[in-house]
Design a protein around this ligand. Structure first.
Ligand SMILES: *C/C=C(C)/C=C/C=C(C)/C=C/C1=C(C)CCCC1(C)C
Length: 246
């Protein structure tokens, strides 16, 4: 009995009071879980055409919740950045965020080709980023550059390219939501390349005043993933004919 009890205790690692990385992994995990429950449960109160968008919002935070669960553990045990899990999470969730652009622009006739273009660009951005951050550390500048170009093209497409034209055609609540999502991608997503630079030895290690890169990424993920989902939720509320009763 005592043995069982002790085993149960050692399954939960200790956390130092100044372990901000561990703390943000923990809170991030809970926030992602709560957001997923919120999106999944609210899904059916909207018009059919918005349900898939809300479902995808929930999938994004749910996939992140599962990865945060692992990253929290990985950090607690090894006290090092869970770079691998981080990128697996991104490679699943970032393409889904691209799908969100397509889903909301479908009302203006967005084609699948727009969705695939954004998905491919995001995969290029993340795979090259991973090569620079985890594998070819000496060529971090080269892989970071290619990744940055792919990021730039995504920003261009949604701010000024075809996606923007469709958003203007759709107008109203869709255009408004598209604009907000564009800001998320331009400002919210920019946290990641900055984190990459801060994390590359000999570069700009002090741009965040020495705050650990994982704290920056964790805050970025919470803002971007949950925020993105809330913009879509808000769009569904504004554009559904059977408005949710307060
Ligand atoms: C939920 C996770 C999100 C929104 C992650 C986004 C990640 C990026 C926009 C990463 C971008 C990078 C660059 C533009 C260059 C350096 C390498 C990366 C992968 C950090």
């Amino acid at each position: 009995m005592i043995n069982l009890f002790q085993n149960a205790i050692t399954l939960v690692s200790k956390m130092a009071t100044d372990d901000y990385v561990g703390f943000t992994f923990f809170v991030g995990c809970m926030a992602m879980m709560a957001a997923s429950a919120f999106f999944f449960l609210s899904m059916n109160s909207f018009d059919r055409k918005w349900r898939t968008s809300i479902l995808v919002s929930g999938l994004i935070t749910f996939i992140a919740a599962v990865h945060y669960w692992y990253m929290r553990d990985y950090w607690a045990v090894n006290m090092e950045s869970p770079t691998f899990f981080r990128y697996v999470d991104w490679i699943l969730t970032v393409p889904l965020m691209c799908v969100e652009f397509y889903l909301i622009l479908k009302v203006a006739g967005a084609k699948k080709s727009l969705m695939w273009r954004l998905i491919v660009l995001s995969v290029i951005m993340l795979v090259t980023g991973y090569l620079g951050e985890a594998i070819y550390r000496d060529q971090a500048w080269f892989w970071g550059l290619i990744s940055g170009i792919a990021y730039f093209v995504i920003v261009y497409d949604i701010w000024l390219g075809r996606a923007k034209k469709l958003a203007i055609e759709a107008g109203g609540a869709v255009l408004q939501a598209h604009k907000t999502l564009c800001w998320f991608v331009l400002v919210g997503w920019a946290i990641y390349p900055l984190g990459y630079m801060a994390g590359t030895p000999g570069w700009y290690e002090s741009i965040f005043g020495g705050l650990p890169m994982d704290v920056i990424y964790n805050i970025g993920d919470a803002v971007n993933k949950i925020g993105f989902g809330l913009v879509i939720y808000n769009l569904a509320v504004n554009a559904s004919s059977n408005k949710v009763e307060a």
